[in-house]
Design a protein. Sequence first.
Length: 341
Amino acid sequence: MTKKGNIITILILGAIIALIIVSGFIGKIKDNPEGTRGNTPGNLLNYGTFMEEDGKVYFHNYSANGALCSMNSDESDVKLIVNCNAAFINSAGDYLYYYQISHNDAGDLAFLSRNLGVYRSTKDGEKTVCMLKKPVIMVNLIDNFVYYCFQDNETGALGISRKTIQNKKPETLTDITIIPYLYHYGSFFYAGQDGDHDFHAYNVETGTDTTVFEGDIWNPIIDESHNMLYYMKVSDNYKLYRRPLNGGLDTEERVTAERVDCYNIASDAGYIYYQKNSRSDPAIMRTGLDGSDPEIILPGNYTEINVTSRYVYFRAFDDNTCYHQSVDGPVAPEIFLPGVQ
């Protein structure tokens, strides 16, 4: 081979190597900064149908068969992202992570209705990757891991597993029954389900499980802004209680006079929104963080209470009618019917 031919060969090989390196960087999912949280514990506890990040809200569009959509926090500029039935919506960086219950297309694409599982999608919906093809009970993005749980067919346990955001091999952390929505300082906190209802902390790095205090709690949420732990107390007919985190976990205070079916905390607005359980007069309610001044938002039964910076969203229990209410304004609920561009 001539000297000129050698030079051409070297240049071609160099170009190929450079192309491989560049394509590797282009396709790489960048790590999230430490402290990244995909959604709030309160929203995830309520099916994670809404998530707000940097003035954008990503949501399950009840009026479009649960399609994954986006809009501004004031509900303007509604756009379709993925035409699927999405829940447990998480957002970080350039990507959304969520659970796909089913696909909304019919006909030739009806087979996609079986594609339930955990997905990662760009925020324009152009690139979608299935990270796990199986039914799960929770999806929660923490830093650079997607945590999820599913029921073991043999043991019935709801242990925690995780995958990196780069979609590498899954890792099973524990077979302890934990629904991983409440993450706080390196641990998932949860109400015991295997023989007790104590308040536990499971450290994801050391694998140690600690009983924080003994009790009979259910569906705990930590309000980090006010250093308060909220929970439903099993022995008091699932009424809402709270305990201060700073040196006062032995002191509990009742927040609601009624049994609670579900709840969420609008911490910045100073409200708790909850569904009052009652045979005669059920209603979705709101009250101050200390239980003061309870108000009826709407009579009837509602669920999936999700909070953004400007609105509270909730669904009628017996259909897919979604309502919204100003998070800190006067009581004036309306049906939420977003258009899609």
